[in-house]
Ligand binder design. Structure first.
Ligand code: ADP
Length: 902
């Protein structure tokens, strides 16, 4: 069966053009008719053409001209046609004659009013078109046949009308006998297409019509000065010229070309040009004639369609990330793009026709997932989901899918379109992100610091557990921005300014601030810090910050500052010179008096050499330097006056007793020293002065005792007392002289080994008389087998008798006094206890100072006894002290080491 076919626009154009050209060249219609049949037949691809005319005098149409393609099968039909006659209304030509209109028969073999049907069928002819040429007096009918079945179309019928009217016009002109230039011009201009005549040698325009001027945008005058290659778009020029030359050389009789003109306004326009050569009477090329059709719209539409089809194809084939496939209504694959092959592994030819179930996991396939999806797509217009799918190799991948129903124009359901996208990497990325986020949160929550995050605009969006613990806030409260209330009012402004600055400059943020704890009672100091996080482009995307609790540090710092200020004020108030030094004697701190001193003696940063030497000793021995005498004074000349200074050095020690520095107090003792000297000299002088008379007094009393007559017991007793007192006076004087001696050296000691008991008894014996007077009960308690001690008898006896006389003196009469000697861890312990008034604690050490007496003491005394006792014990490397409380009596003691140090 023959194929149905539609005529193409170019074919129509070519036919019209051919007719115009033939008519332009022909002198008479008779001459033109066979050419027209052939040209139109060839242009339209038809096989058989006839011109029917009414024979003068008859009422029948008969074949006037006939053309057929060179096909043998048409011969019989030709014979049939030539001998056919048609009255009005009969057969195809008769119908045209009757109606005066073009008639189209899609298939003559099925037409009831077609007499030549049998031969037409033999010849394989199907479609036929016939149209009238209405002349003034008569009518002609032109008829064409095609081997194809052609549906009637408006454009072709229109073309037939146009050709018919062209021919009619030509015939009129011919009939009127006016076949000159006028008529030609009229026809030349009449046509709807551009026309031109050119010089075959140069291609110069010889004649152009208005339509061509419209198409090219040039005026007639302009075009006549140009050649056709000049207005042809350069890329098309070569091809056009080649064909033109072939035409001129006679290698072809005409040619057509689709090419682009370059219009005067610069725009391009697509045209269809048919060119034929006209020879002169000598058979030489005289001119070419061209018919130009504007096909720009069509070309552009074609290009557009082509482009969009191409785009669609490219997208479909190159969308490797997308599997795009179609299914029939039962879920069998109908098309499968390269993306589908890429993602799912199946080749198109393997899978087309099979159910899409193969790409579902066994569970999903068992649950009828494909079926469910198709149903949902149908009911909702689309079905979308994410799930695991199966590749051909058995591997699974995560995919997001979309299914939509496919329908034809009438809404008939054809099948489904499915688009799948591999999202495995994305899903893995998401999981990894969730993982690392969880890890981060866990880590951040286990930190003792507060950790927080903020968006690039500075608004906080993350806080770790420590923050919530500290502030007592809930997540909602933080989101509402109320976290700002946590700042101490005095810090809020400062911190906001610093934060804004960080935000604008991209610099790290750092600020110290107080934050309110969850009970809203106390603020704690924090050091807040934050660093920006940047993206690859270097833009800040967010901030991460910490708040470190520095409350302890801050408060220690505050305490330290206060302490330091106190220290500086105290030091400033002390008139004595105070230095704080390192172990090397370098002065690290000095009070105002110290500064003045260093200026006066022009010291830089170190202690003066003699004091430095004392410091070195302290560092070496670990013992503070606290002189009690003026033996170690240093002399410095200050403002031309020699002054005496006494340095006391106290080591500053680490917890493990290592000395790391020292406090050096330098006292100006010039005046004290003078006084001391005066006093010492005075004592020495007075003692000497007193010693002579007391010695004589003692001698006199002794003589008196030896040479006495009869004395009353009372007199004898008085004499005894006088002798004892004289002895004591003498001893005191000796002590005083000793004292002045001892101030210079510890020499002059006469050591002998004595038993503690003998010493105790001797002392008791010495004080017996005084005790008797005071009615004191002296008891002795000496531990047996005490070791002998190497001591200076005089001095130790002085100590013991001093203790005893004090006990007697300060106790109420009849009081009990206990003298003891016993073993002690440091040596032998000697003590004298009484039930007297006792010594207030604050005076315990001072009573051993020279001339010190407890204020308010009733009994007279010099305040020297205990100080001398202390000196005497010390030269024995012993220790002296008192245990006493007011109202509970006193125990004065000293301990002597039992082995004398070698
Ligand atoms: P004096 O006894 O000459 O005053 P001391 O040096 O012997 O000088 O004693 C110093 C001071 O100690 C005394 O003035 C006295 O106030 C106090 N004192 C000494 N012994 C005793 C004691 N046994 N009971 C109470 N006070 C005492």
């Amino acid at each position: 069966m023959a194929a149905t076919k539609l005529l193409q626009p170019e074919q129509r154009l070519r036919a019209q053009y051919a007719v115009s050209r033939i008519l332009a060249e022909a002198a008479t219609l008779l001459e033109a008719a066979p050419k027209i049949l052939q040209a139109v037949g060839e242009a339209l691809g038809w096989d058989f053409g006839t011109v029917w005319s009414v024979e003068p005098g008859s009422l029948e149409l008969r074949c006037a001209e006939l053309w057929r393609a060179a096909t043998p099968s048409l011969a019989e039909f030709e014979t049939d046609t030539r001998k056919s006659r048609f009255t009005k209304g009969a057969g195809l030509p008769g119908r045209v004659w009757e109606t005066g209109k073009a008639v189209w028969i899609s298939d003559v073999s099925r037409d009831g009013n077609f007499s030549r049907a049998a031969t037409a069928a033999k010849a394989g002819l199907h479609a036929a078109i016939a149209f009238p040429i209405r002349l003034q007096q008569e009518i002609l009918v032109i008829e064409f046949f095609s081997r194809e079945i052609c549906e009637p179309d408006e454009a072709t019928l229109q073309m037939a009308e146009t050709i018919g009217s062209h021919i009619a016009q030509f015939k009129h002109a011919e009939d009127d006998g006016r076949s000159g230039e006028e008529e030609f011009r009229a026809m030349f201009e009449l046509a709807g297409s551009g026309k031109c005549q050119t010089d075959p040698a140069s291609g110069r325009f010889l004649r152009v019509n208005r339509k061509l001027c419209e198409i090219t945008g040039y005026t007639e005058a302009e075009l006549l000065g140009m050649t056709f290659p000049q207005i042809t778009f350069a890329p098309d020029r070569q091809k056009d010229l080649e064909q033109f030359q072939r035409l001129v050389r006679g290698e072809c009789s005409e040619y057509t070309i689709e090419k682009r003109y370059l219009r005067k306004d610069g725009k391009m326009i697509w045209v269809h040009v048919s060119t034929a050569l006209i020879l002169d009477t000598q058979g030489q090329p005289s001119r070419t004639v061209g018919v130009v059709q504007d096909i720009d719209l069509r070309k552009r539409a074609e290009e557009g369609l082509h482009q969009s089809e191409e785009r669609y194809r490219l997208i479909l084939e190159n969308a490797l990330e997308y599997a795009i496939l179609t299914l029939d209504r039962e879920g069998r694959v109908t098309t499968w793009n390269s993306g589908a092959q890429h993602i799912l592994g199946h080749a198109e030819q393997e899978i087309v026709g099979k159910s899409l179930d193969v790409i579902f996991t066994p569970e999903d396939a068992k649950n009828g997932q494909l079926e469910l999806e198709m149903r949902r797509a149908l009911s909702h217009g689309r079905a979308q989901d994410e799930r695991w799918h199966l590749r051909k190799d058995g591997n699974q991948f995560w995919a997001s899918g979309l299914m939509m129903p496919l329908k034809d124009e009438d809404g008939q359901h054809l099948g489904f379109l499915k688009i799948l996208r591999d999202r495995t990497a994305h899903k893995q990325g998401e999981e990894a992100l969730r993982d690392s986020e969880a890890r981060f949160r866990q880590l951040a929550d286990s930190m003792p610091q507060i950790i927080w995050g903020a968006r690039a605009d500075g608004s906080g969006d993350y806080f770790n557990k420590r923050w919530y613990d500290f502030t007592g806030y809930s997540v909602g409260m933080v989101k509402a921005g109320s976290w700002r209330n946590v700042f101490h009012p005095d810090d809020a402004e400062r911190c906001t300014v610093a934060w804004r600055h960080a935000m604008e400059s991209g610099q790290p943020y750092e600020a110290e601030c107080r934050l309110l704890d969850r009970n809203a009672v106390a603020y704690r100091w924090f050091l807040a810090r934050a660093l920006p996080v940047r993206n690859d482009a270097g833009e800040i995307v967010r901030w991460f910050g910490t708040c470190t609790d520095i409350d302890e540090k801050k408060r220690t710092e505050e305490r330290f500052v206060r302490l330091n200020e106190t220290l500086v004020s105290v030091m400033g108030a002390i008139p004595d010179i105070v230095f704080v030094t390192g172990v090397d004697g370098k002065i690290e701190f000095r009070n105002p008096a110290g500064s003045q001193f260093t200026r006066s003696v022009t010291l830089n940063h170190h202690l003066p050499a003699p004091i430095q030497a004392e410091l070195e000793r302290v560092v070496q021995t670990g013992e503070d330097h606290l002189p009690t005498t003026f033996k170690t004074v240093h002399r410095f000349v200050i403002q031309n006056v020699e002054r005496h200074f006494l340095a006391r050095i106290l080591g500053m020690r680490t917890p493990d007793r290592k000395i790391f520095g020292a406090v050096v107090m330098v006292q100006d003792v010039t005046e004290f020293r003078l006084l001391d000297e005066v006093k010492t000299n005075l004592i020495a002088t007075v003692s000497h002065e007193l010693k002579t008379p007391i010695t004589s007094l003692r001698t006199a009393l002794m003589l008196m005792d030896q040479t006495r007559g009869t004395l009353t017991p009372k007199q004898a007793e008085m004499l005894g007392i006088a002798q004892a007192e004289a002895e004591r006076l003498l001893r005191t004087l000796n002590s005083l002289l000793d004292l002045t001696r001892f101030e210079d050296n510890a020499l002059g000691m006469r050591l002998e080994t004595l038993s503690p008991e003998d010493l105790v008894l001797a002392a008791v014996e010495e004080t017996r008389a005084v005790a008797a007077i005071a009615d004191a009960q002296v008891k002795v308690k000496v531990q047996p087998l005490l070791p002998g001690l190497a001591v200076d008898r005089e001095r130790i006896l002085h100590v013991l008798t001093n203790f005893l006389t004090n006990a007697i003196k300060y106790s109420p009469s009849g009081g009990e006094i206990l003298v003891q000697a016993r073993q002690h861890e440091e040596g032998v312990y000697f003590s004298v206890s009484d039930g007297g008034p006792g010594v207030p604690r604050q005076y315990h050490s001072r009573i051993f100072e020279r001339f010190f007496r407890v204020p308010g003491t009733a009994k007279t005394g010099a305040g020297l006894g205990l100080s001398i006792a202390r000196d005497f014990v010390r030269v024995h490397s012993g220790r002296i002290g008192v245990h006493s409380e007011p109202g509970k009596g006193s125990e004065f003691y000293f301990v002597l080491p039992d082995a004398t140090p070698s």
